[in-house]
Design a protein around this ligand. Structure first.
Ligand code: ADP
Length: 536
C-alpha cells in the first residue's frame, strides 16, 4: 500500500494486488465485524448458567468432546473469521487470568456489541459509543466493589469456600456431586496454599483421571498419584520413609546407537556375553543400593533380569513414569533427576513419608500414591468415571472450581451470582445515564441493557420468562435495595442468592466487565479491512 498525491495535491492510496483483495471500509466494516463476533457469542448463550446446555465438538481427527466450558468450546470451535477469533482470545484471557467466567465474558461482549450496533444504526459515532461504554464500565466496577461481600474464612471453617466452588461446578455435568468435588478442591488448594503470601501455585495440584468406577469414587490425596504399579508383583506394596532414586536412564545394558553386529561362534563366548550383561545389571543395582535408595522411579522400562535383581535387593521400582510426573516428583520430594547410573549419590535422592500402591475394589486397577513429600506440598485429585469423555469434562470443571478457590485465597471479596450483580450494576448505570446530559448517556444506557443480557440468558436457559423475571428482580432490587437478588435458576423458590449460596469472585466479575468492554471498543475502532479474496 502506498500513499500518493494527484496533480491537485489530493492524497490517494494505491493498493498492491488490488484485484486479489477485498476492502471493506467505514461503518460497513464495523457492522461486518460486529456480525461475526456476535454470531460466536450467540452460540455460547445457551451454555450459560446451571441449566446451560453442553456442546458436542468433534475434532478433525474424530476426537469427541462434550463440554460446557466456554474456553474449551471456543478453542475447539473452528472459527475462520479473524474478528470472531478475537472472541476466542477473549475467553482465553479470562481463562488464563481468572479461570472461571469464560462463558459469561463472551455473552457480555456479544450483548455489548449488539447494543453498539443499534447505536451505530441511530447515527452515533463509534468513538462516542466507546467513551460511553468506558464510563459505564468504570461505574460498574466501582459499584461492584461497593456491593462486594468479604468472606469470613478461617482454617477450620471452609464452608464458604466450598460454596463458592460449588457455584462454579453447578453448571457442569458433574453438578450432582458438586458438594464432594467442591470439598476436594478446597482441600487441594489449602494443601498447597501459602496463606501468608496469599498465593497458590496451581501447578502443584494435579488432576489425574482413571477410567472406571463412579464419579463418587473420586478421591483426594495429599501427595502425588501416578497411574502405574510396582514393577514386580512380589515387591512390597508400601514403602515408609521412602528414599527415591529418580532415574531417566533405562535399566538396560548400553546399546550402541549405530547399526552393529555381534558374532558369537562358541558356547563360551555366549556365556561370557550373558555374564557381562548380568554384571552390568548387578553394578547398576549395586549403585542404587549403595546410595541408600529403597525405591526407584524410572522414566524408562527395564529388563526382567534387572527387575528381579531389584526385588532380590529389597528395592521397589516403578517404571515407565512420564516426563511431567518425573519432574513433579523430583520437585515435591526434593530429589534430583539422575540421567546416568554413575551419578547416583545419596544427596540426590528424593524423600517422602510413604509411597504405596493403591487398589480399587475388586478391579485390577492400581495407582502409586506418594504422600508426605518433603520439599513442596503437592496435592492430587483422582477422578473416576465411566468413560474418558466424562473424565475430561470433570477435569475441566475441577480446574474452574480450583481457580475460584485460588482467587478467593488471593482476594476474599465476592459478589452474588445468578445475574444479581449485573442487575445491580445495570440499575446504577441507568441512574447515572439519567443524570448525564451529553450524548454518552445513550451509550451508558446501552451498556446497562447489555448487562441485562446475563440474567436474561440465565432465565431463558432455565425455561423462565426472561422479561418478566428480569423486571420483577429489578423492581425488587430497586424497592428493597437488595443487590443480592438474582435469577432463581434451579426453582428453589427464592431469588435471594445469599440463601442459595451462589457466589462469584469479585475479581472474576470485574475482569469480565473490563475484558468485554475492551474487546468491544477494539472492534468499534476497526474501520478498514483488507482481506485476500480467497478468505471470502
Ligand atoms: P462461566 O463459564 O461463565 O462460569 P457458567 O456456565 O458456569 O459460565 O455459568 C455461570 C453463571 O451462572 C454465573 O452468572 C452464575 O452466577 C450463574 N449461576 C451458577 N449457579 C447458579 C445457581 N445455582 N443459580 C443461579 N445462577 C447460577
Amino acid at each position: 500500500m502506498s500513499l500518493v498525491f494527484d496533480e491537485y495535491g489530493r492524497p490517494f492510496i494505491i493498493f498492491k494486488d488490488q484485484e486479489k483483495q477485498t476492502r471493506t471500509k467505514g461503518l460497513e466494516a464495523i457492522r461486518a465485524n460486529i456480525a461475526a463476533a456476535t454470531s460466536v457469542s450467540r452460540t455460547m448463550r445457551s451454555s450459560l448458567g446451571p441449566n446451560g446446555m453442553d456442546k458436542l465438538l468433534v475434532s478433525a481427527d474424530g476426537d469427541v468432546t462434550v463440554t460446557n466450558d466456554g474456553a474449551t468450546i471456543l478453542k475447539e470451535m473452528n472459527v475462520n473469521n479473524e474478528v470472531a477469533k478475537l472472541m476466542v482470545d477473549l475467553a482465553r484471557s479470562q481463562d488464563d487470568e481468572i479461570g472461571d467466567g469464560t462463558t459469561g465474558v463472551v455473552v457480555l461482549a456479544g450483548a455489548l456489541l449488539e447494543q453498539a450496533q443499534q447505536l451505530l444504526d441511530r447515527g452515533m459515532h463509534p468513538s462516542r459509543i466507546s467513551d460511553g461504554f468506558d464510563r459505564a464500565c468504570a461505574l460498574a466496577v466501582d459499584h461492584l466493589e461497593q456491593i462486594a461481600h468479604v468472606l469470613q474464612r478461617s482454617k477450620a471453617d471452609t464452608s464458604e469456600l466450598v460454596r463458592a466452588a460449588m457455584t462454579a461446578l453447578s453448571s457442569k455435568v458433574v453438578n450432582r456431586h458438586s458438594q464432594a468435588l467442591a470439598e476436594m478442591c478446597v482441600r487441594a488448594v489449602l494443601a498447597v496454599a501459602d496463606l501468608e503470601r496469599r498465593d497458590v501455585n496451581l501447578e502443584l495440584i494435579k488432576i489425574e483421571g482413571k477410567v472406571g468406577g463412579r464419579l463418587e469414587d473420586s478421591l483426594f490425596v495429599e501427595g502425588i498419584v501416578i497411574d502405574k504399579d510396582m514393577s514386580h508383583p512380589q515387591m512390597p506394596k508400601q514403602v515408609s520413609g521412602a528414599k527415591i532414586c529418580i532415574l531417566t536412564a533405562p535399566f538396560e545394558p548400553p546399546k550402541p546407537k549405530t547399526k552393529h553386529r555381534l558374532e558369537i561362534s562358541s558356547v563360551e563366548q555366549y556365556q561370557e556375553l550373558q555374564q557381562a550383561e548380568r554384571d552390568y545389571f548387578t553394578s547398576m543395582v549395586k549403585r542404587v543400593k549403595e546410595s541408600g535408595a529403597n525405591l526407584v522411579i524410572c522414566q524408562w522400562g527395564f529388563d526382567d533380569e534387572a527387575n528381579s535383581l531389584l526385588y532380590q535387593h529389597d528395592i521397589c521400582a516403578v517404571r515407565w513414569v512420564g516426563g511431567v510426573e518425573i519432574e513433579l516428583i523430583a520437585m515435591a520430594t526434593g530429589g534430583r533427576i539422575i540421567p546416568r547410573f554413575e551419578e547416583i549419590t545419596p544427596e540426590k535422592l528424593g524423600h517422602a513419608d510413604c509411597v504405596r500402591e493403591m487398589h480399587f475394589g475388586t478391579t485390577h486397577d492400581k495407582v502409586i500414591v506418594i504422600e508426605g513429600c518433603h520439599n513442596t506440598r503437592a496435592a492430587t485429585i483422582l477422578v473416576r468415571g465411566g468413560n474418558k469423555m466424562v473424565l475430561e469434562e470433570t477435569k475441566r470443571s475441577l480446574h474452574d472450581a480450583l481457580c475460584v478457590v485460588r482467587n478467593l485465597i488471593r482476594d476474599q471479596r465476592i459478589v452474588y451470582g445468578g445475574g444479581a450483580s449485573e442487575i445491580a450494576c445495570s440499575i446504577v448505570i441507568s441512574e447515572a445515564a439519567d443524570r448525564c446530559l451529553g450524548p454518552e448517556q445513550y451509550a451508558m444506557r446501552a451498556f446497562a441493557e447489555a448487562l441485562d443480557a446475563i440474567p436474561i440468558a440465565l432465565a431463558e436457559n432455565s425455561g423462565l420468562s426472561p422479561i418478566e423475571t428480569l423486571s420483577s428482580i429489578k423492581a425488587r432490587q430497586i424497592a428493597e435495595q437488595k443487590t443480592y437478588l438474582g435469577v432463581d435458576c434451579l426453582g428453589i423458590g427464592t431469588m435471594d442468592m445469599r440463601e442459595q449460596n451462589v457466589y462469584e469472585t469479585l475479581e472474576s466479575k470485574k475482569q469480565q466487565l473490563l475484558l468485554a468492554t475492551q474487546l468491544c471498543k477494539m472492534i468499534l475502532k476497526i474501520d478498514d479491512m483488507l482481506q485476500p479474496n480467497s478468505l471470502n
